[in-house]
Design a protein around this ligand. Structure first.
Ligand code: WTA
Length: 655
């Protein structure tokens, strides 16, 4: 490809880049006045977007935005179906024959699969009928535990088509994690696969699924044959059915269910500050509106683009940008099944070159990993088709930003640093490719039609440049925002609507106004007990809960320690019960326990045994533990109940 410059450097300001004329010419959004215009009447702005972007069965909304703090609704009375918007409306146009999805398997000797919009439409219709045949009805919950294969989006869209609520569980999660989520959601069906390839090796998934469904309300398990002969899969005759058999004798067309805008589209479990994952609820009309527009604005997808979002569908990024957003837009996505460094550390660059990927969306942790592998893996490839780069999941440091910008983007492509959360449904703070600015480590402005502020502890707005505070979202909340926590209204109120009352959404993130003139926000990271381990969200309490299950453990405290590639890793401090002695074996046993109970991302990098520093009232001083693993001075410990515990732990940590 001809090397087009999509950005240019600010002539005066260091580290600031702007879209080039070429970018402004093609971008969907290049007029900065959109921000002011949208804020004049955000409700009207979003209603117009909802009607312009989506096909409604009824768009005569009774109310645009209804607010009963801390609850709110959008587009009340609107009728819509997400699967219809992602498929049916495209197959009536030339997009019928357009590639919707390019699937790249991990094994290089296997062939990729391309599904056109019509292919996807046909598969979704058939699978929707298969679900109906098994008794799935509107409002029922369906668990999806699948690797990155086309069936994962087919299953999601099929649920959406019949109004069933999907709950996707990351395929690397353990059977215990899956079980807990199936029980909480009271899922009726589980969709899984016999297994998948990881680093070339066939791994069973069905075995985990079998363990997980025991004692749940799951009536049937539908199994995709991904590995076939390569693995031994036992099927329970009365309960299990192969996907290929499920879709055999069903009709080709399934009428999409007419859904209320506020009907639930999906639940997605995420780690909060308690040990128990919360089921974040997203509804249909508002979520899809934000998914559609942010995909269009942030990644500027046009019909010629190929969008490679590297997130697994088990996370919110996969839901919104590997499924609902791009399909609602009629775009082409590419999904890759396997490990980024299989068979070599240049697999992603090989994929980008081979398929002519134009937009890449990934996480800082992946970028740091590639930096480690060395530039030679990148330099072997022609990446000139790339036009836009995106990042998500954690703050990106200046060095990684510049490496991404220069090495991957050839210094030609904007880096869109998107801040958002499972709870927000779609991106909320980031610069737009046709407007800018692009600044290392700075997310940018709130997307059009949304308001944010930075508050101090007391709830006073901080307006000074570069003063840290807490990031809050102000009404009217973005249409894609969560509508609640599944079966747990208390958790919903406590987590988001208690720090500053029920009219202000508390993000649990720290931030600062980076530049007053440019009005751009920098995100500094979580201020609660949530860690981001290799971009994956994990609560320290969840890991502590597993450790204390062990018979030898009396008490445990887990904190996030800095890690060169993963960003953060859990480190545990464990108090043993009387009669138990610290040992390497016990350490390994505990690490393994976490790995099997939660999943590999959660496993502690290290475990230290000893007493935990406590206040006189018996509260664990996590601040001190955090300082220890960060290699920072612990400060005054004389007011502690047991200052000697700190000296003891310090010795161990410094090793
Ligand atoms: C963090 C991921 C800095 C943040 C979509 C947030 C970020 C949490 C960014 C949500 C970013 C996400 N810069 N921090 N661009 N994007 N975060 O629910 O702490 O897995 O609260 O959603 O990730 O993580 P979650």
């Amino acid at each position: 490809m001809k090397n087009v410059k999509w950005v240019e450097k600010d002539p005066k300001r260091e580290d600031v880049f702007w879209p080039s004329e070429e970018m402004k010419k093609i971008a969907w959004e290049s007029d900065p006045s959109i921000y002011e215009e949208a804020l004049k009447d955000p409700e009207k702005f979003w209603v117009d977007r909802a009607k312009e972007g989506l096909d409604w069965f009824d768009d005569n909304f009774k109310k645009n935005f209804e607010w009963n703090p801390p609850y709110y609704k959008w587009f009340v009375g609107g009728k819509i179906n997400a699967s219809y918007n992602c498929l049916d409306r495209h197959i009536k146009t030339w997009r019928k024959n357009k590639a919707a999805l390019i699937w790249v398997p991990e094994l290089t000797e296997e062939h990729s699969r391309v599904l056109t919009y019509y292919d996807l439409y046909r598969e979704v219709n058939k699978f929707a009928n298969a679900l109906k045949k098994l008794g799935v009805k509107k409002g029922d919950r369906v668990g999806i535990y699948l690797p990155m294969i086309p069936e994962v989006v087919i299953a999601m869209l099929a649920c959406a088509r019949i109004g069933a609520i999907h709950s996707v569980v990351f395929s690397a999660f353990s059977s215990d994690s899956l079980k807990a989520r199936l029980i909480d959601a009271e899922a009726k069906i589980l969709i899984t696969a016999d297994g998948y390839y990881r680093r070339g090796k066939p791994l069973s998934l069905k075995k985990n699924a079998d363990e997980a469904v025991k004692g749940t309300k799951v009536e049937h398990v539908i199994v995709v044959k991904r590995l076939g002969e390569k693995i031994n899969t036992e099927m329970n005759k009365d309960r299990d059915i192969w996907w290929e058999d499920a879709v055999k004798d069903v009709e080709n067309y399934c009428e999409p269910e007419v859904m209320d805008s506020e009907d639930i589209l999906f639940i997605l479990y995420t780690s909060g500050t308690t040990g128990k994952p919360k089921g974040v609820i997203h509804e249909t009309g508002g979520y899809l509106t934000q998914a559609y527009w942010t995909t269009k604005w942030d990644f500027d997808l046009h019909d010629e683009d190929i969008f490679f979002c590297t997130a697994d569908v088990g996370w919110v990024t996969g839901h919104t940008y590997n499924c609902y957003g791009p399909f609602a837009l009629g775009a082409t996505i590419l999904i890759y099944e396997g490990a980024p460094d299989y068979p070599n550390p240049d697999r992603w660059w090989d994929i980008i070159e081979k398929y002519g990927v134009t937009v890449l969306y990934t996480a800082p942790t992946a970028i740091r990993m590639f930096i480690k592998f060395g530039d030679e893996w990148v330099e072997k490839h022609d990446l000139s088709t790339l036009r836009i780069l995106g990042t998500v999941g954690e703050p990106i440091d200046r060095d990684s930003w510049y490496w991404y910008f220069n090495k991957i983007g050839g210094g030609r492509c904007p880096v869109i640093d998107t801040w958002w959360q499972t709870e927000t449904g779609g991106t909320l703070i980031n610069s737009l490719p046709g407007i800018g600015p692009f600044i290392p480590g700075v997310a940018g402005k709130p997307i059009p039609g949304t308001k944010f502020a930075i508050y101090d502890e007391e709830g006073k707005e901080i307006t000074e440049e570069r003063y840290s505070g807490y990031l809050v979202h102000l009404a009217p909340f973005a249409p894609g925002m969560l509508r609640g926590v599944w079966k747990n209204p208390e958790k919903y109120k406590e987590t988001y609507w208690s720090k500053y009352g029920d009219r202000i959404y508390f993000t649990n993130d720290g931030s600062m106004m980076y530049d007053k003139e440019l009005k751009v926000i920098k995100i500094t990271g979580r201020v609660d007990d949530v860690m981001k381990v290799a971009g994956h969200r994990l609560s320290t309490t969840e890991v502590e809960g597993v450790l204390t299950e062990h018979e030898a453990v009396a008490e445990a405290a887990v904190v996030g320690a800095p890690h060169e590639i993963k960003g953060e890793v859990p480190v545990a401090f464990v108090v043993l019960k009387g009669g138990y002695k610290p040992s390497e074996e016990l350490k390994k046993e505990l690490i393994n326990l976490v790995r099997t109970k939660i999943g590999p991302t959660a496993k502690p990098e290290n475990i230290f045994f000893g007493e935990l520093p406590k206040t006189r009232s018996g509260k664990i001083m996590r601040r001190i533990l955090r300082s220890l693993v960060h290699g920072e001075p612990v400060g005054d410990t004389t007011t502690l109940l047991n200052p000697e515990s700190v000296t003891e732990l310090e010795k161990q940590v410094k090793g």
